[in-house]
Design a protein around this ligand. Structure first.
Ligand code: ADP
Length: 500
């Protein structure tokens, strides 16, 4: 594969040096202090949780000071992967035996701005709840390290999976399926004004080794929260994937879509659109945006739609490039999405889907509010095997691939059920625990969760531990009010705790 030999080069940043101070690369409180509003078809406003804002979901990521080794055994034998700043290791929770991935970053060798980057990476990850984005569960900090305990993925990098394919390329349906998921994760972060800035084959990994394993976006180390209309200036990224406007030092969120165009090209052909023997050669081609669909023999077998999709991403002027949500509506994506659903013999028909979703949501909303919060805490840490069916339902409902479900979408799905608009709205509001105007991924999984899963003692223990923010061994009004992050008043918590 053309890009096979390029892994080492691909991990080098274009320019590891930072721009002078006028660059805006730390979490800008003016950015994080504003809600990202958008309005749905029916005029209902949704307020997406912003990075850095306290919310129930972000509070579920526990931040601990002190040693990690008391809680986890670290496997020092074989790292899961190595990146720019660290190696990622396999760890096992000492009491539950559950396995996680650990990113440990040594602080005393880092300059202050790198430490700020790391704190920003953590704040960004805490705000994200999407099936195709790696989950951060816990952090630890001692005098020399910051440790990030993450969801474990055992399926390897997209880089290696691509190299293992026949001819080092995916079939079109497989590439379209993966790219839909990758785009969905991008659309989700862009709606929250987060720009990833380092999309590459190594930064997508697979949940497990199965051929249909879920793909996850990782490594928010170069990500940035930005204001609408704001330009970024730091020249960074990885040579094969970097957008021309990034090299010019003035860019916006569109740079991620260029990176996705490069990835799509590589996944379909096994070659990089901009390549050369040195970084200098590659960057020269990127600057002028010069690429071709080569070798011609290979591209002749690839559809016009696929080539059109790539051409609308590898556009020199970022203003003319497709956005993530536009790319999700491109015929190459939508046709393969429809085809996949039509070919899936296990897929529920619309009536079955509506019936199941309605039943699950109805039972869930009857639970006390605090029990629902506990179920979300459980849902947050469930593995793929536990939630396969509910995840598929979530994907079916999330037609816009925003990573959340709106009231309009729920109404459309439940049209076939004998339920009034007012009733659907009431149901929606009960499930939208944080009143964001959306049903988030973990909220939906919590609602669809089977009893056998949430009555599992170990999971209950884990959820209890997450809700017990003060580590006292008790659920207190103060502790719960704090973790619920504004969704409940202390008075409400007191009442619910009484009946829990
Ligand atoms: P860095 O920020 O130092 O570049 P990354 O976050 O990119 O580090 O991680 C380095 C490598 O470790 C990844 O390319 C991947 O192979 C592996 N890795 C990262 N996160 C996980 C995870 N959650 N599960 C399994 N492997 C991981």
């Amino acid at each position: 594969m053309g890009c096979r030999s390029s892994k080492a080069t691909a991990t080098a940043t274009v320019s590891p040096t930072r721009a002078p101070k006028q660059s805006n690369d730390s979490i800008d409180t003016s950015t994080t202090g504003t809600n990202h509003y958008s309005t749905t078809k029916t005029g209902r406003q949704i307020a997406l949780k912003k990075v850095g804002e306290e919310s129930f979901m972000s509070n579920l990521v526990q931040q601990n000071s002190g040693s990690i080794t008391a809680d986890y055994h670290i496997d020092e034998s074989q790292p899961l992967g190595t990146g720019m700043t660290c190696t990622v290791k396999l760890i096992t929770h000492r009491t539950s035996g559950k396995k996680y991935a650990l990113k440990a970053i040594r602080l005393n060798r880092l300059q202050q701005d790198k430490i700020d980057d790391l704190r920003r990476e953590i704040e960004i990850m805490k705000a994200l709840d999407h099936p195709n984005i790696i989950k951060l569960y816990q952090t630890f900090e001692d005098h020399s390290y910051i440790y990030m305990v993450m969801e474990l993925c055992t399926g390897g990098e997209l880089f290696d999976r691509l190299a293992d394919q026949q001819g080092s390329k995916f079939t079109e349906p497989k590439a379209a399926d993966l790219i839909t998921k990758m785009l969905s994760s991008l659309n989700y972060i862009h709606l929250r004004h987060v720009c990833h800035r380092d999309l590459k084959l190594e930064n997508f990994i697979f949940e497990n080794e199965k051929p249909d394993a879920e793909i996850k976006l990782i490594d928010f180390g170069l990500s940035k929260v930005y204001l609408e209309g704001q330009t970024m200036h730091n020249v960074l990224g990885t040579s094969y994937y970097v957008a021309p406007e990034v090299l010019a030092g003035s860019y916006g969120i569109e740079c991620d879509l260029w990176g996705l165009g490069v990835l799509a090209y590589m996944m379909l052909s096994g070659q990089a659109p901009f390549s050369g023997d040195t970084d200098k050669e590659i960057l020269k081609l990127v600057k002028i945006g010069k690429y071709d669909f080569l070798p011609k023999k290979a591209w002749r077998k690839i559809s016009d739609d696929a080539q059109d999709f790539i051409s609308k991403l590898l556009v020199q002027d970022p203003k003319d490039r497709m956005t993530a949500s536009e790319a999700l509506q491109h015929p190459w994506i939508t046709n393969y999405r429809d085809q996949k659903l039509a070919n899936d013999s296990t897929a529920q028909n619309s009536d079955e889907l509506a019936h199941d979703v309605y039943d699950n949501l109805q039972s869930y909303r009857k639970f006390a509010k605090l029990k629902r919060a506990a179920l979300i805490a459980i849902a947050y840490t469930l593995s793929q095997d536990d939630i396969e069916a509910s995840r598929t339902q979530f994907e079916r409902l999330d037609v816009a691939k925003n990573g959340f479900i709106t009231l309009d979408q729920l109404r459309t799905v439940l049209e076939s059920q004998d339920v009034s608009d007012a009733e659907v709205e009431k149901m929606f509001n009960d499930i939208d625990q944080d009143h964001s105007g959306t049903i988030d991924y973990s909220e939906f999984i919590a609602a669809a969760m089977q009893k056998r899963i949430y009555l599992d003692e170990e999971r209950l223990h884990d959820a209890f531990h997450r809700l017990d923010v003060e580590g006292t061994g008790f659920l207190t009004v103060e502790g719960l009010t704090k973790i619920l992050g504004g969704s409940f008043s202390p008075e409400e918590v007191r009442i619910h705790l009484f009946f829990f």
